[in-house]
Design a protein around this ligand. Structure first.
Ligand code: ADP
Ligand code: MG
Length: 367
């Protein structure tokens, strides 16, 4: 599904997705790690985005661009020692960065949940699946043990695990990768969270299972109005699932746009590079792919200016002046790019239906 987006693919934009106020608001988030010898490293540098109920907001970018650190900061899961978190994270109006540890752990699981990339390290290998699901229910709801067991079975069924009654008694190693990821999603869904952060939830899965898991997440958002942050390095996942997209590069959001606009009229030169590096259904056969030359590690010395400049084909002296803002290039309300020399707008870009779509492959942003 995700790997085969089409114009018919309806991205969840139910009533909940429009008009309502954001459930999660991240404003100018900055995460700095204390390094060895007093050298600091700012992994997330002024990231802002918000998510409404029923909306899927994507954070997309290469490995190391700060996606996971952003989500861990939102969930309050970064260690307190050696890490400085600045800015604002508001959940339903509450300031999470100022919240006490116990308040946060109460919120986690009950109101906001996270699905991590690797189900094997997130599940407890020596505890049966069923116990791991019921534990969450017992901790966060008033359910009795037998009600929790009943509910756990329902949850496993809901995420598409066949024969859930039997599966409840099994251990993680007895399940396939796809089934483990589903179990993890079941645990995340156990308390009907209002916010779900999925950090590359399908990376470890093969394409077919990946499509099923994404379909499941999409249904969840549509049916329950959950607000979702989808973290991925896979533009196919973005095309199939996200309403809004934030492209991250070296700890900053470099472009932010509704999904269709991003695919139809990318502005930041990093985004155009990403899109050019995925194969298109309508590309002539045999046309070579165009990976973006260089790697993010070239960028260390550029921090406040455009970190992509060393890899950019059109960069000049203007790109290295201090602090290029995200609204350097405002195309339309809701479409902004941190680029001094943005790509020209294609003439056909105004019709979202004309958005070019990536071909059904597993191509990712890191060629
Ligand atoms: P992504 O999820 O986009 O692949 P991350 O958010 O995991 O990237 O990492 C962003 C940057 O922060 C990377 O350069 C990574 O090495 C660094 N980083 C992540 N966790 C820590 C940590 N605990 N201490 C120091 N640096 C870290
Ligand atoms: Mg990550």
């Amino acid at each position: 599904m995700s790997a085969q987006p089409s114009n018919q693919t309806s991205v969840p934009t139910g009533p909940a997705a429009t008009g309502s106020r954001p459930l999660l608001e991240v404003q100018d988030l900055r995460v700095t790690f204390a390094g060895r010898g007093g050298r600091e490293f700012t992994a997330v540098d002024g990231v802002s985005f918000s998510v409404r109920p029923g909306q899927v907001v994507g954070l997309v970018g290469e490995s190391g661009s700060g996606k996971s650190v952003t989500s861990l900061a939102v969930m309050g899961l970064l260690p307190r020692k050696g890490v400085r978190v600045e800015g604002e994270v508001r959940f339903d109006g509450r300031d999470l960065l100022a919240a006490r540890r116990d308040e946060l752990s109460n919120l986690r699981g009950r109101e906001m949940a996270m699905v991590f990339q690797d189900p094997m390290t997130s599940l407890n290998p020596v505890v049966p699946i069923g116990t791991q699901v019921t534990e969450v229910l017992l901790r966060h709801t008033d359910a009795t043990r037998s009600e929790a067991r009943e509910e756990a079975e329902q949850l496993l069924r809901r995420v598409g695990i066949p024969d859930p009654g039997r599966r409840l008694t099994e251990y993680p190693h007895q399940l396939s990768g796809g089934m483990r990821q589903r179990a993890l999603i079941a645990i995340a869904l156990a308390c009907k969270p209002r916010l779900l952060i999925a950090d590359e939830p399908t990376t470890a899965l093969d394409v077919t299972i990946q499509a099923q898991v994404l379909e499941l997440l999409r249904q969840l958002v549509t049916e329950t109005g959950t607000a979702m942050v989808m973290i991925t390095h896979d533009l196919g996942v973005v095309a199939g699932l996200c309403d809004e997209v934030n492209v991250m590069y070296a700890g900053r959001v470099v472009e932010s746009a509704p999904r269709q606009e991003l695919f139809a009229a990318p502005r930041h030169r990093y985004t155009t590079g990403l899109l050019a590096s995925i194969p298109r259904l309508d590309s002539p056969r045999g046309e070579p792919l165009r990976p973006i030359p260089g790697s993010p590690s070239d960028t260390v010395a550029w921090s406040r200016a455009c970190a992509f400049a060393p890899r950019c084909t059109v960069a000049d002296a203007d790109c290295v002046r201090a602090d290029i803002p995200l609204d350097q290039d405002v195309v339309r309300p809701g479409h902004r790019a941190r680029c001094v020399h943005p790509a020209p707008e294609p003439e056909t870009a105004t019709t979202p239906a004309a958005a070019p779509q990536p071909a059904p492959t597993e191509r990712t942003v890191t060629p």
